[in-house]
Design a protein around this ligand. Structure first.
Ligand SMILES: [Fe+2]
Ligand SMILES: [Fe+2]
Length: 363
């Protein structure tokens, strides 16, 4: 998919294991000098603010897996005629299963984040970059732990969406740390940040709300890392290298859009196999669902039109890419040709990002 990526198709490992070959360069650093103060400060905050799922969350809270863990009115589908026409039993099952599907994507995505952060630790050329990336690796390990623990209470895990898997595989097998940071800290984490914020607002489960709040606290540092470190690296690149990175960013965005069906994730084709399973578990025919979504799209209805919802693509991903210099004059042409709008307003992104005073102690 992406320029400069020498991605190998996954090979079969033991059951449940995908094996990739990555061309990543590993970089020793022997001067141990701190050159980027902001990275050092993110590292210090990360050490200070490590929370522990076993101590800081009350796992004794009961969850009924047959009931939705999100409010139907805030879930984003209640304006879609096809969903409105479902009988109450199927509608409740749909809400419960789609929420479980989304949480499954959080879990699988966090595992991808764990591996990309580890790859960054190997590959970044600066001492403080390595220290910071090691803390992000630990953050992501705790995120995998906490989502797995929560999902176990729901007693169902759906497979990783093919689009997310392909995006993270391409990121993991990219040939430079800047591309990994773009694929992960901007594109995938942009997707995740938007989804986490929306889940925090939609859920009626206190345990899930608290859990997502803790995760978001760490993610604010991850967004800041992308901004600080990648903009510096891109600003120091030769023009050809910058174009190579811009091409990678475009292809990552383009592939993501192709898989989600547009800037706001309105499906234009049959749902992903994992999502299909969530529909089947809700006694809904995937073909009828796809048709219903297509009709809604033609009427200008989108499933995420809550007034306070965050749109990952326009509020987070594109502004983050523009801000670090990963969108060039040449690549703007590619976005134009592909009819992908280039959003540049960083207001929402900045609200979600760690600032010098932004980190809060865990209590
Ligand atoms: Fe994470
Ligand atoms: Fe993260």
């Amino acid at each position: 998919m992406a320029a400069g990526s020498r991605s190998q198709p996954p090979s079969a490992g033991p059951e449940g294991v995908d094996v990739l070959s990555a061309p990543m360069e590993i970089c020793w650093q022997f001067d141990y000098a701190i050159g980027i103060e902001k990275l050092q400060s993110l590292y210090s905050k990360a050490k200070r603010d490590q929370w522990n799922a076993e101590q800081h969350l009350d796992w004794s809270q009961e969850i009924d897996p047959s009931k939705p863990i999100v409010d139907e009115e805030r879930f984003g589908f209640d304006n879609i005629p096809f969903i409105q026409k479902l009988d109450p039993r199927r509608r409740e099952a749909f809400t419960a299963n789609v929420a479980a599907y989304r949480l499954s994507q959080f879990l699988h995505g966090e595992q991808g984040a764990l591996m990309t952060a580890a790859a960054l630790t190997h590959a970044v050329p600066d001492y403080e970059g390595k220290l910071y990336a090691a803390t992000q690796t630990m953050d992501e390990a705790r995120h995998v732990e906490v989502f797995e623990k929560y999902i176990r209470k729901l007693a169902r895990v759906y497979p990783m969406s093919l689009g997310l898997k392909s995006l993270i595989d391409t990121t993991l097998t990219a040939d430079s740390w800047v591309k990994i940071a773009i694929g992960m800290n901007m594109v995938v984490e942009g997707l995740a940040l938007g989804a986490f914020h929306n889940m925090r607002r939609q859920t009626n489960c206190p345990l899930l709300r608290r859990l997502v709040e803790l995760v978001l606290r760490d993610e604010s540092r991850h967004v800041a890392f992308g901004n600080v470190y990648v903009s510096k690296a891109i600003s120091e690149m030769h023009a050809d290298e910058r174009e190579d990175v811009a091409q990678f960013a475009f292809e990552a965005i383009h592939a993501m859009m192709a898989n989600t069906g547009g800037p706001r994730g309105v499906g234009k084709r049959l749902p992903d196999p994992g999502f299909r399973r969530a529909l089947e578990d809700s006694d809904i025919d995937p073909h009828e669902f796809a048709l219903g979504m297509k009709e809604a799209h033609q009427q200008g209805l989108r499933p995420d039109q809550q007034p306070d919802a965050i749109h990952a693509f326009e509020d987070l991903m594109m502004p983050a890419l523009v801000r670090v210099g990963a969108v060039t004059e040449r690549s703007r042409e590619l976005y134009r040709e592909a009819e992908i709008p280039v959003f540049e307003d960083t207001a929402v992104l900045e609200q979600l990002e760690d600032t010098d005073t932004g980190a809060v102690e865990v209590s």
